[in-house]
Design a protein around this ligand. Structure first.
Ligand code: AMP
Ligand code: ZN
Length: 471
């Protein structure tokens, strides 16, 4: 069964066929964080989405190279560096480390490569030189270098591949130097920004004088360096479609490095936003939670991950703490079922139940329909609970479905619940209760059970002996 994905480039759902169809290798680039502050969980919705794409392609047997850059120099960062008084690397280094820690807490696999923009200045300069050589980029009087949309279009290239643009409103010669700008102000954009007093110590030498790269050129240079001039998948949140990704295409295809007829990127995937009361969760709106805020409220990484993976990636959804509490309840149901299956299976092993993992992959093949994937999982949980209650499940069946769950979880990445370790005092009470039962002193055994319950622990008697569970 083939995987289908919605490609922003063609505005349609297409079967996924890698650039090199004979090869099971796939290159994927996702625009990473701009390390000007802690990432919020809206940002992480996009990064968890990228992790899902990578994991599902691996599930399908592809050998992935996942690249996620770190934008460690751009307008917002420079402003923060100026305010903090710290050197650039010191400022961004701490936020970068926090970002990777958060990514791990959310159960994301480490991308294979995480290039930093500041470590790729020579590649960025070489790409700009190539664009100048081809007549598509030009130096302005202040030493900045701009990308000429008119010259690019004059070469027969199309600006506006991801977004249909109306060029009638465009006044030729207009320029924009900011990294972020709106569709209404479409214009020549900065590739290299001449050093300005407010940049402080953040500058590099270049053939055009001291300065720093624009944001868009960073991603073109790093992605093509690592994955080649034409690669399979490029991801980001939907707000990056314009101008960032449109400009990435223009720079990368403008440099003309692709084999004839091949695009810079074959499939562009964009994740919808995480919202708060109908508005995009954003730093600028102040309506955000960082991962750390939610951990401090007692939620776990896997609970937050499961919430971020609940809706289809092209659907925006509202983040609420109630939604997170619901995710906790659903996970608890799943954990409970898995624990019972493990007890039943004991040491028995069996090949994965093909029916279950096939149902799951049929759901995910449809443009990564995770909601349908979760339905498969929770239908299975319900059915399993019924069979367990009726004592109709054999250990080998339990083992087979557990093995199928392992396959499914290689994609969802929820993992196992960390069993809360019972403190020594509680374990001692359990041992006393066992001794009382052994001596047929059921009165004392029940009293100890009640004492444990008062301390927040229940005893579950299982075929493999008693188990302590926190309530
Ligand atoms: P930034 O660090 O601002 O460059 O953003 C990193 C990633 O987070 C980009 O792919 C953005 O598109 C994405 N992003 C920003 N806000 C949200 C949001 N509220 N929901 C989902 N993704 C977002
Ligand atoms: Zn990017």
């Amino acid at each position: 069964m083939g995987l289908k994905l919605f490609n922003t480039l063609t505005r349609s759902v297409q079967e996924f066929v890698p650039v090199d169809p004979a090869d099971k290798r796939v290159g994927m680039y996702c625009c990473g964080p701009t390390v000007h502050d802690f990432a919020h969980i809206g940002n992480f919705r996009t990064f968890v989405f990228a992790d899902l794409v990578r994991r599902y392609l691996e599930f399908k047997g592809y050998a992935m190279t996942q690249v996620m850059n770190i934008t460690d120099v751009e307008d917002k960062i420079i402003k923060r560096v100026r305010e903090s008084g710290a050197p650039l690397r010191e400022y961004t280094g701490k936020l970068e480390a926090a970002f990777f820690e958060d990514l791990r807490t959310l159960g994301c696999l480490s991308p294979h490569q995480t290039p930093r923009a500041t470590a790729h200045i020579p590649e960025i300069i070489a790409l700009i030189e190539k664009l100048i050589e081809r007549g598509i980029a030009y130096k302005a009087a202040d030493g900045s270098v701009y990308f000429s949309i008119e010259k690019y279009r004059g070469c027969g290239c199309r600006y506006g591949q991801l977004l249909n643009l109306n060029f009638d409103g465009l006044r030729p010669g207009e320029r924009v130097s900011a990294d972020e700008y709106a569709k209404e102000s479409i214009a020549d954009f900065a590739l290299w920004k001449a050093r300005a007093p407010e940049d402080g110590e953040v500058f590099w030498p270049s053939p055009w004088g001291e300065g720093r790269p624009g944001w868009h050129i960073e991603c073109s240079a790093m992605s093509m360096k690592i994955l080649g001039p034409s690669f399979d998948l490029h991801l980001g949140g939907e707000d990056l479609i314009f101008p960032h990704h449109e400009d990435e295409i223009a720079q990368s295809e403008g440099a003309g490095l692709q084999p004839p007829g091949q695009p810079f990127v074959k499939y562009w995937l964009h994740g919808a936003h995480l919202m708060v009361e109908g508005k995009k969760m954003a730093k600028s709106l102040g309506n955000f939670f960082t991962l750390r805020d939610l951990l401090a409220k007692g939620f776990t990484g896997r609970e937050i991950r499961s919430l971020l993976l609940k809706a289809h990636y092209r659907e925006s959804f509202n983040f609420t703490l109630e939604g997170l509490a619901d995710a906790r309840t659903s996970l608890a149901r799943l954990d409970e079922c898995l624990a019972k299956l493990r007890e039943l299976a004991g040491n028995v092993t069996a090949p994965a139940d093909a029916g279950l993992s096939e149902k799951f992959s049929t759901a995910l093949d449809e443009d990564l329909n995770v909601s349908a994937g979760w339905r498969v999982v929770f239908d299975w949980v319900r059915e399993t609970n019924r069979l367990l209650t009726e004592a109709k499940l054999a250990p080998a069946q339990a083992a087979a479905t557990l093995a199928a769950w392992q396959r499914i979880d290689s994609v969802f990445g929820i993992g196992e619940k960390a069993e809360a370790e019972a403190p020594a005092e509680i374990v001692a009470l359990l041992e006393r209760r066992q001794a009382a039962r052994g001596a047929r002193d059921f009165k004392s055994a029940d009293a100890i059970r009640n004492e444990l319950k008062a301390k927040g622990w229940v005893i579950e008697d299982t075929p493999r002996g008693p188990r302590l569970k926190q309530v």
